[in-house]
Structures are given as structure tokens and as C-alpha cells.
Ligand binder design. Structure first.
Ligand SMILES: Nc1ccnc(=O)[nH]1
Length: 470
């Protein structure tokens, strides 16, 4: 049934024709190793470095920061890798898969929240990437920013294959740069901030704070996951997809954040960039800042591409390329309007607030896939995912209720700069809401889906179904 031969190869210079619809078997291609680089490359820009050092000025020290980073990333990368496994099985991007649990219309809500998250991260990556490059080359911000936006839009329009190809190169180059930077940094040694200045409960509350920051960052890559695995052949080993996606995300986030923690112990007035200047000789510094600036481009392209997937899912009335281009323009305008330093912190707080929807969404989508539909078996035929009035039409209340309830119950636990609930305040800003909403949403969904008829897990899968979904 292959209708478009250009999509069935690795050809990175053919513009992808597909939007969010099912990728049929004839167009599947690629190797699960591509999951490593597509998860590694978008992390290589300043955000993860800054987040890794967040708790050092609060007195957590280096070893506490590192254990929080390790554990937060371990859990976050497991969540994202579990989602990547779904792509080849269903042949769909990540967000449209939610139609099974939330219903075609119900799924508009998490889809719209995803569009917001991705546009926000695109804008943040644009600001941070353009700033590094503009400072490095002593150029004005706006033209550099426009260059970054144009490159990001172009790559995202070419789509899946070019994103993978570009990600592979950025991964190779950045691994070399990260090795050199790490060796030099270790030789330079940590600064005074490496020693913890807290003990007892205070220490553990700040540890928890860093752990939740790290976890939130890394698990919020989950709604993107299958967008970049959906062309893999259907029988690709799930263990390999999981393993490579996990390794790519865990290694990149842990490495970048550990560097950030180490740099922040140096206590430079100029933040992590100032710390880089202290620890790295001139030429290495230039190459490092250049790599971090350029690597904002794969980050941005991924956000534009997945953002378009999410927007098409809630019914945005343009095609994929036009949606990418329009989002690029919108992000550029936001970057010009809000590119100031104070804004970046507020912006991050906003992104953490939006990310609250991710853990309940994740719990429901994973329960729906792994439990209700027994590892992706027993879904309705793929075409049903694209029918507003078909089997998955309307709103499916087990998923919707679980989603809303998960968020509602977790509100007192939330803690961001923009909103802090009473329990979050009592815990000094440590944010357990992610875990509460995950458990509540997942638990309610599992119970409700079992009771409500019409959810496929209750019934043996019809024969026709297994053809597509098995
Ligand atoms: N979870 C994330 C999505 C997009 N960009 C990021 O830096 N992080």
C-alpha cells in the first residue's frame, strides 16, 4: 500500500508528505539506534545545564545535586522511552494516540496543552540559542534570532528524516565537545559550592526540589516520543527502541545537568556562561558556546515539528508545513518581545506549570497502551484514530475524568514560581504533584476503563483489529 516512495527511505532531503495520519507498513524504515540520537541531540542547549545547577546556590552541594540528577533522569527517561515504544506499533505520532483513552474530541485538551508547551520551549530555545551565538560573534540579537528560527523552520518542514539525520550529526559533534569540556572541568576541579551547606530535613527538602525539577524536565519529553519512532518497521524490537531512547535521553540530560551542577559550584557571577569562562581555555570556550548555540536548532526543530503534530490533532486548519512555519513566526515574535533575562526565569516557571498535564496524561496513555490494550494489541483499526465520529469519536469519560481528577487532586502539591499549593509550600517548594497526579490519573483510569463498556481492554480483540494493531 506504499503510495509515496520518498517516505519509505532514509532520504533526508525529501520533504515529508505526512501529517498525523497512520504510516502504513510500506513506508516504514530506519533502525532503532536512531532513537539514541533523536533523544540526545535536542537536550544539548543551555536549559538542562542551568537546571542541573539550580540547587547548588541553595546549599545542596555537588553530591546531593548529582544523586537528584541521576534519579530524576532515570525516572524521566523511563517515561519517555516507554512512550517511544508505542510509535512503530500504532504508526501514529504520540499525541493522536490519546484519542483511544480520551476520545477524538476529549483529546483536544491534552493536544492543545502540548501545542502550548512546545511553542513555549521553541521560544525558550530560540532565545537561549540566539543569545549564545549573538554574544559569541558580537552580533545583534534579532538578526541572529531570525537565522536560528529560519534554520529550525526549514529542518522541521523537511521533517522526520532530516530531523533524524541532523540529530545524528549534532549528537556526534556534541559528544566530542562534551568529553573535552568534562575532562577540562574535572581537571579544574569543583568550587566552594561543592560542599553542602544544609543538613537534616532542610537538606532533603532541597534534594527533593532538585529531583522534581530534573524529573519534570526529562519526563516532559514523553509527549514527543512516538513522533520520532512511528516510521520504524512495526516488528522493530521493543527492547531496542526502549533501550536506545532511554540511553539517549538519560545520558544527555544527566551529562548536561552534571556539568551544570559542577559549573555552578564555581560560584561565578556570570551564571553558567561565566563559569565556563573560568574553567575553559579560550578556543575550547568558543567551540563550546558555538555548539550549545547551534544545538538549539535541533531542539527548536523538534519542538516545531511535534508542535505541528499536536496542533493538527486538535484541528488546526492548515497542513503540517504551514503549521510549522506559522509557529516559527509566532515564536520569533515572542522571542523579540520577551527576550530579556528576567523573562527567562518566568518563562521556565510557566513551562513547568504547563508540564503539570504531562504526568497524568502519561499515566493514562501508558495504562491504555500497556494494560487496557495489552501492549498495543487490541486497538481498533488505525483508521479509527482519524475519524471524529467513529469508534473513538466524542469524549471518552474514563480517560477524561481520570485526567481532570489527577490534575485536581495534585493541585495542593504543586510548587512553581507562578503557583504554589499549601503542601508544596510546606515542603519548601519540592513538588510532589507530578507523582500524585500520575498515580491518581493512572489508578482512576485503570479502574474506570475496566468498568465502562466500550473500552477495548474488556473485550477480546476482534480479528480485524489484530491485523492492524498486532
Ligand atoms: N521537555 C522539554 C521539551 C522541550 N524542550 C526542552 O528543553 N525540554
Amino acid at each position: 500500500m506504499s503510495t509515496n516512495p520518498t517516505n519509505s527511505t532514509e532520504n533526508a532531503l525529501a520533504v515529508e508528505r505526512h501529517g498525523i495520519e497512520y504510516i502504513d507498513e510500506g513506508q516504514r524504515h530506519g533502525d532503532p539506534r536512531n532513537q539514541f540520537s533523536i533523544r540526545f541531540s535536542p537536550v544539548i542547549y543551555l536549559a538542562a545545564i542551568v537546571l542541573g545547577g539550580s540547587a547548588v546556590p541553595m546549599g545542596l552541594g555537588l553530591s546531593g545535586s548529582l544523586t537528584a540528577i541521576l534519579l530524576g533522569n532515570l525516572l524521566g527517561a523511563i517515561c519517555t522511552a516507554a512512550c517511544a515504544v508505542m510509535g512503530p506499533r500504532l504508526g501514529l505520532p504520540q499525541i493522536p494516540m490519546g484519542r483511544s483513552a480520551f476520545g477524538y474530541r476529549g483529546n483536544h485538551l491534552p493536544a492543545a496543552l502540548s501545542s502550548l508547551l512546545y511553542l513555549g520551549y521553541f521560544t525558550l530555545g530560540t532565545i537561549l540559542g540566539a543569545k549564545s551565538l549573538a554574544e559569541l560573534f558580537k552580533l545583534p540579537f534579532v538578526p541572529v534570532m531570525i537565522g536560528v528560527v529560519l534554520a529550525s523552520v526549514l529542518i522541521a518542514i523537511f521533517g522526520y528524516n532530516l530531523l533524524h539525520a541532523f540529530g545524528r550529526w549534532v549528537t556526534r559533534v556534541s559528544i566530542v565537545v562534551l568529553v573535552v569540556v568534562s575532562v577540562l572541568l574535572v581537571m579544574h576541579g569543583p568550587g566552594a559550592g561543592a560542599a553542602a551547606r544544609l543538613d537534616g530535613t532542610e537538606y532533603w527538602l532541597v534534594w527533593l526540589l532538585e529531583f522534581t525539577i530534573v524529573f519534570s524536565y526529562t519526563m516532559s519529553w514523553a509527549p514527543y516520543a512516538s513522533d520520532y519512532s512511528r516510521y520504524l518497521p512495526r516488528d522493530t524490537s521493543r527492547g531496542k527502541i526502549f533501550g536506545y531512547a532511554f540511553a539517549g535521553l538519560f545520558l544527555s540530560t544527566t551529562w548536561m545537568m552534571a556539568l551544570g551542577a559542577m559549573l555552578t559550584t564555581l560560584g561565578s557571577q556570570g551564571g553558567v556562561i561565566g563559569a565556563f569562562e573560568l574553567a575553559l581555555p579560550g578556543p575550547v570556550l568558543v567551540v563550546t558556546l558555538f555548539t550549545l548555540g547551534i544545538a538549539a536548532i535541533p531542539h527548536n526543530s523538534v519542538n516545531l515539528y511535534s508542535g505541528a503534530m499536536a496542533s493538527l490533532t486538535w484541528g488546526f486548519p492548515l497542513n503540517r508545513s504551514a503549521t510549522v512555519a506559522l509557529s516559527g513566526v509566532l515564536g520569533a515574535v515572542l522571542a523579540v518581545l520577551f527576550g530579556g533575562a528576567a523573562f527567562e526565569d518566568a518563562f521556565h516557571a510557566f513551562l513547568f506549570l504547563v508540564a503539570y498535564y504531562v504526568t497524568p496524561w502519561l499515566a493514562i496513555v501508558c495504562a491504555d497502551y500497556f494494560w487496557v490494550h495489552r501492549g498495543g494489541r487490541g486497538y481498533p483499526p488505525a483508521a479509527e484514530f482519524g475519524r471524529p465520529d467513529g469508534q473513538l469519536g466524542g469524549i471518552r469519560w474514563p480517560g477524561m475524568a481520570a485526567f481532570l481528577l489527577g490534575i485536581l487532586v495534585s493541585v495542593p502539591f504543586m510548587a512553581t514560581d507562578l503557583f504554589t499549593g499549601p503542601i508544596g509550600r510546606a515542603l519548601n517548594g519540592a513538588d510532589l504533584s507530578y507523582f500524585v497526579s500520575f498515580l491518581v490519573a493512572g489508578g482512576v483510569y485503570v479502574l474506570a476503563a475496566r468498568r465502562v463498556s466500550g473500552v477495548a481492554g474488556e473485550r477480546p480483540a476482534p480479528r480485524a483489529t489484530s491485523e492492524h494493531a498486532d
